[in-house]
Write a protein of this length. Structure first.
Length: 324
């Protein structure tokens, strides 16, 4: 039997399973956490990728987040997740070479190993994980399927047979601006799963018509102080206003934000940075700014710029490096 999954796997859009785990915990539901613990031969997803299956009270678990292969194995994994929900026994599933299910193969020819573990809503390690997620603190999830712990990186040790997954805070994005380009950057950020806020000082009281987007009418300094910044925060300055650009740079560059990008020609960068330099801001801080913002993909239309900006932020986060 293969558990049927939705015809359109939009659950795979969600890469961070913590919101799904949090929702299940709040509802008192039991979940199965599936984690990709080994890959050989260049699989479609990296080690650490996860899915969550939550007990819906029906005939099968609901897949609520994540994917491993784009359709090759998910339905079979759902079968095993249902069994894991029923008996509580962890499982290690192998697909590809050495698999007990030779009829299920990834088209890429990879071998993957997936750990399934049942998580009760009262699980202590789950509470620690979700508290760290809510407070934007990194955490290590250490598990062998039966025993698990969670804590700050370096504070918890793995044991023989255990797998450790680093869980960083969600990507945050703050966009300054009001024109179509700023809206496109903010909209694509929200659709990409970033915790996104559009800042338009003294802007309209009604928020922009973009699903999942927070909105602030405060000044750059006031907005960033309330939103908060850390290494997982990106700031995109796309205002087309010299004074606002300077205000936003003055607030963003000395902050803890891991990425600061500025829309506009490189030749105009100096006039934006000059007041900060005159005020004594160190060159090491000024050099943080990505200008012109985004990857060089050649397009200048709003969505093209948005793709380039979100692409650069993802490249920075996942180790792709800066553009040449």
């Amino acid at each position: 039997m293969r558990t049927p999954l939705p015809d359109w796997p939009v659950f795979g859009f969600v890469d961070d399973v913590r919101p799904a785990l949090d929702d299940a915990r709040r509802r008192g539901r039991t979940s199965v956490l599936a984690t990709l613990v080994a890959v050989e031969g260049g699989g479609p997803r990296p080690v650490g990728t996860q899915m969550v299956f939550t007990d819906s009270g029906g005939a099968s678990p609901d897949p609520v987040a994540g994917y491993f292969s784009g359709g090759c194995v998910e339905s079979d994994i759902a079968d095993h997740a249902y069994a894991c929900l029923a008996d509580g026994e962890p499982r290690r599933l192998v697909y590809g070479e050495g698999s007990p299910w030779p009829d299920i193969r990834l088209l890429c020819g990879a071998r993957i190993e997936i750990l399934l573990e049942r998580l009760e809503s009262s699980e202590p390690a789950l509470a620690v994980l979700l508290e760290a997620w809510a407070e934007r603190r990194p955490a290590d999830w250490v598990t062998d399927g039966r025993r698990r712990t969670c804590g700050a990186p370096g504070e918890v040790e793995a044991w023989e047979g255990a797998f450790t997954r680093r869980c960083d805070p969600a990507q945050k994005l703050v966009v300054f601006g009001s024109d179509p380009t700023a809206l496109a950057i903010a909209a694509l950020g929200a659709q990409s799963g970033f915790e996104t806020t559009l800042v338009r000082g003294k802007g309209p009281e009604a928020p922009p018509p973009v699903p999942g987007l927070a909105y602030s009418r405060l000044s750059p300094a006031e907005a960033l102080a309330i939103i908060g910044t850390d290494a997982w925060t990106a700031v995109a300055i796309a205002s087309h206003n010299l004074e606002l650009d300077r205000e936003a740079l003055a607030a963003a560059l000395p902050s803890a934000a891991g990425y600061v990008g500025l829309l506009g020609a490189k030749r105009r960068l100096e006039e934006r940075l000059a007041p900060l330099r005159a005020a004594g801001v160190p060159e090491a801080v000024l050099s943080k700014v990505h200008a012109p913002i985004g990857l060089d993909i050649g397009g200048k239309a709003p969505w093209a710029v948005a793709v380039s900006v979100i692409g650069e932020i993802m490249s920075e986060r996942f180790g792709g490096g800066r553009k040449a």
